[in-house]
Design a protein around this ligand. Sequence first.
Ligand SMILES: Cc1ncc(COP(=O)(O)O)c(C=O)c1O
Length: 322
Amino acid sequence: MLQAMFKAEVGDDVFGEDPTVNKLEAMSAEMFGMEAGLFCPSGTMTNQIAIKCHTQPGNEVICDHLSHVYIFEGGGISFNSGCSVKPIAGDRGRITAQQVLEAINPDDVHKPETKLVSLENTANRGGGSCYNFSDIEKIKEVCLQHKLCLHLDGARLFNAIVAKGEKPTQYGETFDSISICLSKGLGIPVGSVLLGKKDFIKKATRVRKVLGGGWRQAGYLAAAGIFALENNIQRLADDHRHACMLADALSSKDFTGTIFPVETNILIFEVKGRLTPVTFANKMNEYGIRVMAISNTQVRMVLHLDVSEEMVQKTIKVIEEL
Ligand SMILES: Cc1ncc(COP(=O)(O)O)c(C=O)c1O
């Protein structure tokens, strides 16, 4: 990846003149069967730009109550778009068509106008849970019937695609906009791509500029993105296998409570009794293993391409001896 970055041909992306950025955007759009793409510095930015482009101030966005767009983007939906949120308690980050239907506001001046549904796949706080595609199709149906836009926070969409044996084009055909992160599991240092129709991406490019995301020789990063799309997707299955191995090791320990079903590269589990999430995380840290206490009861571990099989084996050993 670094070699690809060193060799990148670059230009000024603010003027649309960086050939490597242009190639990455066209390549990602084609992969999903969508019209256009926009390379941005972060997944937070691609999500926030999408929400801004789909809504007007005073509108309302429907999403799961644990969605990244709602709880981890600094209140960006209100800050950037002036919208309210109707959070839904889903099943490990996944909401249903019926829940969406019930969350749509009536045509009543007292209520904000419901405009957008935002889904997350895989769901971070759901422990990397994946939607069944048929459930997404049902939500799309509701969106079409009620003239709502449908956005996908696909920060880890390739994990879902690999785990479920799906095709990117299924997503491209269904969503009005998709944010995919090339960082995270795919391993590039910085960068996410927003996908949508040509007009939408034109509008998104203006919003990116306003947010200070118009960047210059971004081709060095885009080259890493192209490398990731060409080389790092299928290997995500290794991360999923590693997450299962860790879950197995944890399941026999007396300090482990409920372990969320492992579907992809995220492992969320309860720590109880003689350890707390913080003492567990501190202990692992002593061995150079970084895990996160995400609540008073839960720890989150994430697998990615820099965590080798050997490191996973070492982690299992440490867990066994705890
Ligand atoms: C589901 C989800 N969406 C969006 C993001 C935001 O990505 P970034 O850190 O690139 O802003 C994250 C980051 O962890 C995430 O987990």
